[in-house]
Design a protein around this ligand. Structure first.
Ligand code: ADP
Ligand code: ADP
Length: 237
């Protein structure tokens, strides 16, 4: 279970990105965070794994208070949170396989993947994941040879190889065409279901959220303005 209590973020510039956010996400639940550009979606996701430092409030993952952790504790805790990015954040000159394996280090140290020999069990799991997302035949290709949809599938594998409890997904389809966007959303939500994973998916395309998730949280100007099933939303929200 993920719990946010009074989560607040004011940037040094004075921008109030989040104000007293309270949110609970049970294990295994996938929700979409929607809202216009500037609503605070990306800030919210990044405050959970503290890529952005909250200025107030608490973040709990099960019985661990993430907002209290020092840097060593945080590094360890981040292993239970996978992140998927809009721009994929792959290392272009590494292969698909190397990019997936780099997830074993946590995203903060991914460039070190060159220097590391991975246990066979990690390599086997990487092959399993690539097979699951339909990219087994691409394992030895360099990341810069892939299409956008293929890159995002590599990003998904890289997040999942950590075996996280929680996936933080930031605008996964913003750089993709509509058909590929649906494929990627289907894949992420199916994998969460298969693995009993909780996820927060930032997405500004409401129709896409409505197709794939049972719960939508609407954010506007740093506050929650809707929390419920996607059917309760007006299409222009
Ligand atoms: P969204 O993801 O919904 O588009 P963001 O979380 O990116 O929203 O932004 C929320 C607010 O915080 C906006 O007003 C934005 O300008 C501001 N903001 C985001 N990142 C920074 C930053 N690094 N420094 C200052 N202000 C920021
Ligand atoms: P394009 O972008 O050219 O449509 P994709 O990169 O989406 O191609 O897909 C490449 C191949 O992988 C296709 O043959 C497609 O059927 C297959 N594929 C796409 N998504 C998946 C998936 N989730 N699981 C398995 N195979 C997939």
């Amino acid at each position: 279970m993920l719990r946010l209590k009074n989560l607040t973020k004011t940037y040094k510039t004075g921008d109030k990105a989040l104000t007293n956010i309270g949110l609970e996400v049970p294990s295994g639940q996938v929700l979409a965070l929607i809202g216009p550009s500037g609503a605070g979606k990306s800030t919210l996701i990044r405050c959970i794994n503290r890529l952005v430092e909250p200025t107030g409030g608490e973040v709990w993952l099960d019985d661990l208070e993430l907002t209290k952790l020092g840097s060593a504790g945080l590094r360890k805790a981040r292993r239970s949170m996978g992140m998927i990015f809009q721009e994929y954040a792959l290392v272009e000159r590494l292969t698909v396989m190397e990019n997936v394996l780099s997830g074993r280090l946590g995203y903060v140290g991914f460039w070190r993947s060159f220097l590391r020999r991975y246990p066979q069990s990690d390599v086997d799991e990487a092959f399993r994941l690539l097979d699951r997302v339909g990219l087994l035949h691409m394992a030895d290709k360099r990341a810069d040879e892939l299409s956008g949809g293929q890159r995002q599938r590599v990003g998904i594998c890289r997040a999942l190889i950590q075996n996280p409890k929680l996936l933080l997904v930031d605008e996964p389809t913003a750089s993709l065409d509509p058909k590929t966007s649906r494929q990627i959303m289907r894949l992420i939500t199916e994998l969460c279901r298969e693995r009993g994973l909780a996820a927060i998916i930032n997405i500004h395309d409401v129709a896409l959220a409505q197709m794939f998730v049972p719960r939508v949280v609407g954010l506007r100007s740093g506050e929650i303005v809707y929390d419920g099933p996607p059917t309760g939303l007006s299409p222009d929200k």
